[in-house]
Design a protein around this ligand. Structure first.
Ligand code: ZN
Ligand code: FE
Length: 242
């Protein structure tokens, strides 16, 4: 099985849209198209035609390109069943435990409610990759707009079961702000201090800092490292106020 080709498309102020291509079948999927034109252009540049869109949650910066990409390509749009009323463009309604395919590669759908009530993630176990939308960020987690610290803690625990090598594709470049906050709540963490320095120089050079990996997050992400929902909620509230 040929490896998936995964392309990062920076759009809006800090969103990343992910283009996922299976070279064997020619299938091309987009995760969370905030907008259409840069995504269609990135696919066209490579001679790819978008066959599928997978949404993680209803927020407009994750679904705004759905209709125009579908109009241009005839692709199929899949996303969380629980958010069908907020994502009227959905063709396929997904629930945790479902399995979805892109060409010869399959992904397990995870329910990860908290940022939104119906938020889902897509785990390609054989490819050691997970698309988490706004659930986990490099050294951060999503805001608790429609859920609780208990739910986000459960999400972090589940992500923590993955191997260190699993790459984590999140939807925003929030890394520098997250790192600066993380060192304030975990000041004794040498790996985190080192990562802040690395991220500062990467961002100063205009480089992207994602995907990240479960191993890196296990060492440096205060939300993944929190030992209780209470602790996660406490640091989430501090970050919200920062
Ligand atoms: Zn969001
Ligand atoms: Fe977002």
């Amino acid at each position: 099985m040929a490896a998936l080709d995964i392309v990062r498309i920076p759009v809006l102020s800090d969103n990343y849209v992910w283009l996922v291509h299976d070279p064997e079948s020619g299938a091309t999927m987009v995760v969370d198209p905030a907008v259409a034109d840069p995504v269609l252009a990135a696919a066209a540049e490579r001679g790819w035609t978008i066959t599928d869109i997978w949404n993680t949650h209803w927020h407009p910066d994750h679904t705004g390109g759905n209709a125009a990409i579908k109009a241009a390509t005839g692709c199929t749009i899949a996303g969380p069943a629980a958010e069908i009323e907020r994502i009227p463009t959905l063709d396929v309604q997904l629930r945790g435990g479902d399995r979805v395919r892109i060409g010869n590669h399959s992904a397990d759908v995870w329910d990860v409610p908290a940022h939104t009530a119906g938020h889902i993630a897509y785990h390609f176990a054989d490819d050691a990759a997970i698309f988490v939308g706004d659930t986990m960020f490099a050294m951060g987690c999503g805001r608790l707009f429609e859920g609780t610290a208990d739910q986000m803690f459960a999400n972090m625990q589940k992500l923590g079961t993955l191997d260190d090598a699993t790459r984590v594709y999140c939807a925003h470049e929030y890394t520098l702000s997250n790192a600066r906050f993380a060192v304030t709540v975990d000041p004794g963490n040498a790996a985190l201090a080192d990562r802040l320095i690395a991220v500062e120089s990467a961002r100063a050079a205009g480089e992207a800092t994602v995907p990240t990996s479960i191993g890196l997050e296990r060492a440096t992400n205060p939300f993944l490292r929190a030992d209780s929902a209470t602790e996660l909620g406490r640091i989430r509230a501090l970050k919200d106020a920062a």
